[in-house]
Ligand binder design. Structure first.
Ligand code: KG4
Ligand code: ZN
Length: 335
């Protein structure tokens, strides 16, 4: 079965074709970073309009790469939430219309499930059960994963997501947009142990996170410093070290609680090298990540999730669709 995947939940248009027998056939991604850069963050209306411009040409590009025609597609998987409602509606409308016109089934995919399953696209995939750490711009989640659609939420952020905290701290330090990866690159030039930032909520039991205080701590440290280039790098490193250590402490706790020996990390922040190095250093643990290009939003994870849920694919009886800007992962069920 060849599944076309469409991702348009935020500021990236991602398209891919996944074959349940042959694996990933082709994928293409268009990032709107340049479009939103002058505003210092994603402008939802501009994002929606750009998805409209890019989705169909990207579908043609992916079909060309795979040497296939539209009629070779067996099913369509599109992100229906969570995300920006206008941006989601573009992918939903195009995905549903495609399926309707080609008389093939379609399926609404949860974006966070896409991230969660993305490491399974790699050559040596993890096997169930495992603990999943999902770290993106909108979410910080620890999930007990028993199988596809069998998700129990162990912990989540009570305020900013970790990616959001990276982005806000970067902005406050005067770094360019998008801040997370730029802050991470700058941290490599920081002086180790120059500053010690707190590890929020690690001194009390539980698996929830809080990252907004860390961002404020970084801001106060920056204001009290001479605000030189080196101060900027030192604060970036202290912030990153604290965020990474906090995530590592909670991961260890979640593994102990569930008894699982496998940790699967995904979402934009899973590209962070310091986070990978720290989690890899935990003894007697198998850690899995997506390849770097599939850490951020992409169509491959949506096409793949569609293929994993092929039995739930439905033919439409009506040309209707809906998006779910909020769609908690633990509302999903197995296919
Ligand atoms: O998964 P994603 O592409 O989009 C969402 O679903 O949110 O994640 C984007 C987030 C942004 O906050 C971005 O700054 C962060 O991931 N990010 C990073 C790195 N690369 C991306 N944060 C820290 N270090 C990185 N290397
Ligand atoms: Zn995402």
């Amino acid at each position: 079965m060849r599944v076309l995947g469409i991702e348009s939940s935020c500021d990236e248009t991602g398209i891919a074709l996944y074959d349940s027998e042959k694996g990933l056939l082709a994928h293409a991604l268009y990032s709107q970073v340049a479009l939103h850069a002058e505003y210092g963050g994603v402008v939802p209306e501009l994002a929606s309009r750009d998805h409209i411009r890019k989705t169909l040409p990207l579908i043609d590009e992916v079909l060309n790469k795979a040497n296939l025609n539209r009629t070779d597609i067996d099913a369509v998987a599109y992100t229906a939430g969570p995300g920006l409602v206008g941006a989601l509606l573009v992918g939903c409308a195009i995905g549903r219309s495609f399926a309707w016109a080609l008389d093939i089934p379609a399926l609404a995919i949860n974006h966070m499930e896409g991230h969660l399953l993305s490491p399974l696209l790699e050559e040596n995939p993890p096997s169930f059960p495992f603990v999943s750490l999902l770290v993106s711009g909108g979410h910080t989640l620890l999930v007990d994963v028993q199988g596809v659609g069998e998700y129990k939420l162990l912990g989540e952020s009570i305020d900013d997501a970790v990616g959001e905290a990276f982005d806000k701290t970067a902005k406050m330090l005067g770094l360019d947009y998008p801040g997370g990866p730029i802050l991470a690159a700058l941290a490599e030039k920081g002086t180790p142990d120059k500053y010690l930032f707190p590890r929020p909520m690690t001194n009390r039991p539980g698996l929830d996170f809080s990252f907004s205080g860390l961002k404020t701590f970084a801001m106060n440290t920056w204001k009290a410093s001479d605000q030189t280039k080196q101060d900027q790098a030192d604060i970036a490193l202290a912030f990153q070290t604290a965020a990474v250590e906090t995530l590592a402490i909670k991961c260890k706790r979640a593994l102990k609680k569930t008894g699982h020996k496998t940790l699967v990390v995904a979402g934009g922040v899973s590209a962070n090298k310091a986070l990978r190095a720290r989690l890899d250093s935990i003894s007697q643990l198998n850690v899995y990540y997506p390849r770097p290009e599939f850490c951020s939003d992409n169509g491959a994870m949506i096409a793949f999730t569609g293929a994993m849920r092929h039995s739930a694919m439905v033919m439409q009886d009506q040309p209707t669709f809906s998006a779910r800007p909020r769609w908690p992962l633990d509302e999903l069920s197995p296919p």
